[in-house]
Design a protein. Sequence first.
Lengths: 132, 132, 132
Amino acid sequence: MVMHFPAIITLLALLLFTVTIFAVGAARIKYGVKAPATTGNENFERIFRVQMNTLENLVLFLPSLWLFSEYLSPLWSGILGVIWLIGRVDYMLSYMRSAEARSRGYAISALAFLVLAIGAAVGIVMRIMAGL
Amino acid sequence: MVMHFPAIITLLALLLFTVTIFAVGAARIKYGVKAPATTGNENFERIFRVQMNTLENLVLFLPSLWLFSEYLSPLWSGILGVIWLIGRVDYMLSYMRSAEARSRGYAISALAFLVLAIGAAVGIVMRIMAGL
Amino acid sequence: MVMHFPAIITLLALLLFTVTIFAVGAARIKYGVKAPATTGNENFERIFRVQMNTLENLVLFLPSLWLFSEYLSPLWSGILGVIWLIGRVDYMLSYMRSAEARSRGYAISALAFLVLAIGAAVGIVMRIMAGL
């Protein structure tokens, strides 16, 4: 089975997370929030929340991406992965501007994740019912 | 090899983590803790810690679940996964009530993780010694 | 393909993360920071940041370790994994002493991760260009 598409999506998702980590490093300097502190400046806190939220969603995303690839289709898994990535990039850029603006990107990526997870569940049930 | 059991456990673990994320969202509204803040109300902070702790343990759990499945037994991996899930649900429900009550669920899931990780290590050593 | 080396590295990385979790538990008692609080004492906050940072880097590390193993070489993947582990242990021990000392270990592990991620990307492109 050609798993190159989800493999590429996985690397892009790691790249996105790396960007959010760098953004926190830059924000530490810009807003004068020295490690180990993670509070004290609202602009810093938003950028820090982007990183943490990307981490949380990455942990949900990667296993469902690969289970969907394995049980249903690596092609559709990759396409849903692209949608997820678009949602996460939009979330990142919006939330870095203001906390209120983060909903659209969050919703897009949450939807893509939901389809991946439910699709994987359906795929597993289908495989078991087929006696495989 | 039939990997459906650990695959189902993986999806259930992602579902559990999703529940803890929703609980934080609901607690933001209930206790008036607006994003990006994560402190300021003790009830909110407990629910937030449940989410973070579930994240940490998920990252430990999933790789050991799959290594155990690959190197020892997907069946026993799945059974240990069920025990882990029970411990994490108990932890979540208890910690949301009070910080002191969280120990039992934590211990159950920590034990299941330990058996998975040590079992995986034993499985790898056995495979190497068998020259496979 | 012999995947035992990256499997062993994965278990050691989980062990390292477990150590940072225990360190936070011990620091809670030592510095009197009761759960769910994660702030209030600078020594505790450094040890807590070690745990969170290890978590973030683990989530970046494991997928790139396995993609590199799959697409290029499990042997080199394992060797880069050893370097990553050395960097993370140095980071942990240094940061627990002072926030300034954390750079060296961080740089070593970041470099190992970078080679893993770029190597995996190169491996995927090579595989696609070879028509596999």
